[in-house]
Design a protein around this ligand. Structure first.
Ligand code: MG
Length: 165
């Protein structure tokens, strides 16, 4: 059996007048802020996608879904994630698990974690047990702490049955 590990990171700015979508869930920010971006700006799903692509050295999501391509304007990131999982499967790889941590001061993410895991798992053809989503604040420090943005880090482990020689 072959194994590959990948790492992903993303950050998007918090701005007024945009929806806040994390893990496919539309959340309410207490200050009415949302994430800016060309797609739905779902940083959590973007970090997971980059971890999957990274595990197979397939570049990053900007390569597969260029931000200047009108096809991805307002795109549902969970659908982009499905496409990334298809790229992984086409190459004979299976996802063992993914794990992630979202860095956001507000809103409280804990009540939404189960729904995020379920949505990501469903897009990936996995069970929620294979999808870790954690949340932390940045203790008021840095860009996330000042609520200038929300970031996310993710890892993914892939496996492939060894080809008999
Ligand atoms: Mg992004």
């Amino acid at each position: 059996m072959e194994l590959r590990i990948g790492n992903g990171y993303d950050i998007h700015r918090l701005v007024p007048g945009r929806p806040l979508i994390l893990g496919g869930q539309r959340l309410d920010h207490p200050a009415g802020l949302g994430l800016d971006g060309h797609s739905d700006a779902d940083v959590l799903v973007h970090a997971v996608m980059d971890a999957l692509l990274g595990a197979l050295s397939l570049g990053d999501i900007g390569r597969w879904f260029p931000p200047d391509d009108p096809r991805w304007l307002g795109a549902d990131s969970l659908q982009l994630l499905e496409q990334v999982v298809a790229l992984v499967s086409e190459r004979g790889w299976q996802v063992v698990n993914v794990d992630s941590v979202v860095v956001a001061e507000r809103p409280k993410l804990r009540p939404h974690i189960a729904a995020m895991r379920a949505a990501i798992a469903s897009s990936m053809g996995l069970t929620p047990e294979q999808v870790g989503v954690k949340a932390t604040t940045n203790e008021g420090l840095g860009a996330e702490g000042r609520e200038e943005g929300i970031s996310c880090q993710a890892v993914a482990l892939l496996m492939r049955q060894a080809v008999a020689r």
